[in-house]
Design a protein around this ligand. Structure first.
Ligand SMILES: [Zn+2]
Length: 274
């Protein structure tokens, strides 16, 4: 049976391992990062592979990864080959099959927009699923605007700030039915004057704003800001492989998060343990 764990099933290279391919020392990439992260979460820490603040664990299959694999294999009565083979990925898959955490999103759009809800949702499901975090669709609705409001909200031209106290963002986030403080509102607008999205919101009202026409992964990125909060440093990282990259989002493959980012996200009041 194909891999079931949300941590692994988005990686074609790991699906290939399940089909018989073997990955060994010298390999690198997201597939190695995902196996390293799973091993760390299962109690096999990797201090040498977790020093890069932009991409950690580093996705490099070196001696530390091999040693931890052998420890895992031995503990699970799998031949201690030190490679990622079919028996190993299947054992990891069984142990990581269930989500451990949940984040609930409420999608809101302005009526005039053609909003790619499903793309934003499925992107977020994939990125956070890599770490056992389930992104749950809690509600979705179009906010019915008056013609006057449509003119006002055509472009959000307030500056994005961590804490919003008034102005267009505050008005926007106050529209529609209230959202529980432990859930996140995702408000889609046509355009933001200074960015593709903004993770700022009013105190105790977690929400983000996303321009409907921006690239894939923007929803996942802004939700990341809400979960990480202003307390996390750095806010952005200079790596086009990390979801929280600086500048215009452009990823050649599914973006990742670091073990430090994930630890902070799991500590968020909007991320509950399942
Ligand atoms: Zn950002």
């Amino acid at each position: 049976m194909a891999l079931q764990s949300p941590r692994f099933k988005s990686s074609q290279k790991l699906l290939d391992v399940d089909a018989g391919r073997t990955i060994r020392t010298g390999a690198s990439g997201r597939h190695v990062h995902l196996v390293q992260m799973a091993l760390i979460d299962l109690g096999y820490p990797m201090p040498r592979s977790t020093t890069n603040p932009r991409y950690s664990p580093d996705g490099v299959f070196g001696n530390e990864t091999r040693d931890k694999l052998i420890a895992f294999q031995t503990a699970n009565h799998i031949p201690p080959t030190g490679v990622i083979d079919r028996a190993t990925i299947q054992a990891l898959d069984v142990l990581c099959r269930n989500y451990t955490h949940r984040v609930r999103l409420h999608f809101r759009s302005l009526s005039e927009n053609n909003v790619p809800f499903n793309q934003g949702l499925s992107d977020a499901e994939i990125v956070y699923g890599q770490y056992g975090i389930k992104i749950e669709f809690a509600s979705g609705m179009s906010l019915m605007l008056t013609p006057e409001e449509e003119v006002d909200f055509a472009v959000i031209d307030d500056a994005c700030a961590w804490v919003i106290t008034d102005g267009e963002y505050a008005r926007l986030h106050g529209m529609g039915p209230s959202i529980p403080q432990t859930d996140i509102g995702v408000f889609y607008v046509r355009e933001l004057s200074d960015a593709g999205g903004c993770g700022g919101h009013m105190a105790n009202r977690p929400a983000c704003t996303v321009a409907a026409n921006v690239t894939r992964w923007a929803t996942a990125h802004e939700v990341g800001h809400v979960l990480l909060t202003s307390a996390f440093n750095p806010t952005h990282v200079a790596s086009n492989r990390n979801l929280m990259m600086d500048g215009v989002l452009h990823f050649s493959t599914t973006p990742v998060l670091t073990d430090r980012q994930i630890a902070q996200i799991k500590a968020s009041t909007c991320c509950s343990r399942i």
